[in-house]
Write a protein that binds this ligand. Structure first.
Ligand code: GLV
Length: 317
């Protein structure tokens, strides 16, 4: 039986499955392992089932024992893992695509609605019993007819586009390449980020974090947005330069933000705190029972497939 380090607790059903499939080394307290601890705990293991909370950079990967052959990440994103360093060490890295598309797109839509319709202020007013209905109370931005710019039209971006379109939004997107007509589903392609930004009444960041996308939403690019645009991020915090976005809120260049992810999670940049127009969630994208179960099962299946066949369809390096 293969010995696998499972760095974070999984849902019960998945831990049961892992116990049957492997000699599983669970993290019973669900503590956050430091890089040193991951190295220590992986001694004698054949693989690691990791989560986005472990930063497996080159230095950490180079110190993993020779016996580690696979890192199966419990996430679709794998910006927490240095893929090249893993490849050099002959370690296969896998992710959990598809199964979390719908749940994450739901949060993507929630961010758009929450930011456009002033949900943080509404919740506060209701809880404080400190509001009075009036024709102009908490007037927000209507989605119908607004242009939604999707940065990264992958699986999650496409699903957000379908729902947003059904709400009457007009969809634009920027991707490395133009999609086929069926995937595009009537959306307008922009071959540059600047072109996309300039038509985005609402921006939805859906692209993976990588060396090319770090701080892509920065001071310079934000200036291309129409005045009073809404910026949402359901992907990874690293893609947004928080200081630039906070400055844009301050100047009212940006009307509101909706963030499910941010740099340095869980430590939110305090600059956001003073803005009532900041609708911010604690990385809930895939957090439904169905989805987290499917992700856990897939992360386990990826390891089993790899040890059975020497490869894995969800390999990313
Ligand atoms: C969640 O953020 C994921 O990448 O799966």
């Amino acid at each position: 039986m293969k010995k696998i380090l499972i760095t974070r607790r999984l849902l019960k059903e998945c831990e049961e499955k892992a116990s049957k499939a492997f000699d599983a080394n669970f993290n019973s307290n669900d503590e956050l392992y430091t890089q040193k601890k991951v190295i220590e705990m992986s001694q004698g293991c054949d693989g690691i089932l990791s989560s986005l909370t472990e930063k497996l950079d080159a230095e950490t990967i180079n110190k993993l024992p020779e016996s580690i052959k696979i890192i199966s990440n419990f996430a679709v994103g794998f910006g927490n893992i240095d893929l090249d360093a893993a490849k050099k060490r002959g370690i296969v890295v896998t992710n959990t695509p598809d199964v979390l598309t719908d749940a994450t797109a739901e949060i993507g839509i929630l961010l758009i609605l929450g930011a456009c319709r002033r949900v943080p202020e509404g919740i506060q007013g209701a809880k404080d019993c400190n509001w009075k209905w009036s024709a102009d109370y908490l007037i927000g931005k209507q989605l119908t007819g607004a242009r939604l710019g999707i940065l990264g039209m992958g699986r999650i971006g496409q699903k957000i586009a379908i729902v947003a379109k059904s709400l009457g939004m007009i969809i634009h997107y920027h991707n490395r390449s133009k999609l086929s007509a069926d995937k595009e589903n009537g959306a307008t392609y922009h071959d540059s980020l600047k072109s996309l930004m300039s038509v985005s009444d609402v921006l939805s960041v859906c692209c993976p974090a990588s060396n090319e996308t770090i701080n892509l939403i920065n001071k310079e690019n934000i200036e291309y947005l129409p005045k009073g645009a809404v910026v949402t991020n359901v992907a990874r915090g690293d893609i947004v330069d928080d200081d630039a976005l906070i400055d844009a809120l301050e100047r009212r260049k940006v009307y509101a933000v909706g963030l499910d992810v941010y740099k340095g999670e869980p430590n939110l940049n305090p600059g956001y705190l003073k803005f009532k127009q900041a609708f911010i969630l604690p990385h809930l994208g895939s957090a439904t029972k169905e989805t987290r179960t499917a992700m856990g099962n897939l992360a386990i299946d990826n390891i089993e497939e790899f040890f059975k066949t020497g490869n894995c369809k969800n390999r990313v390096n």
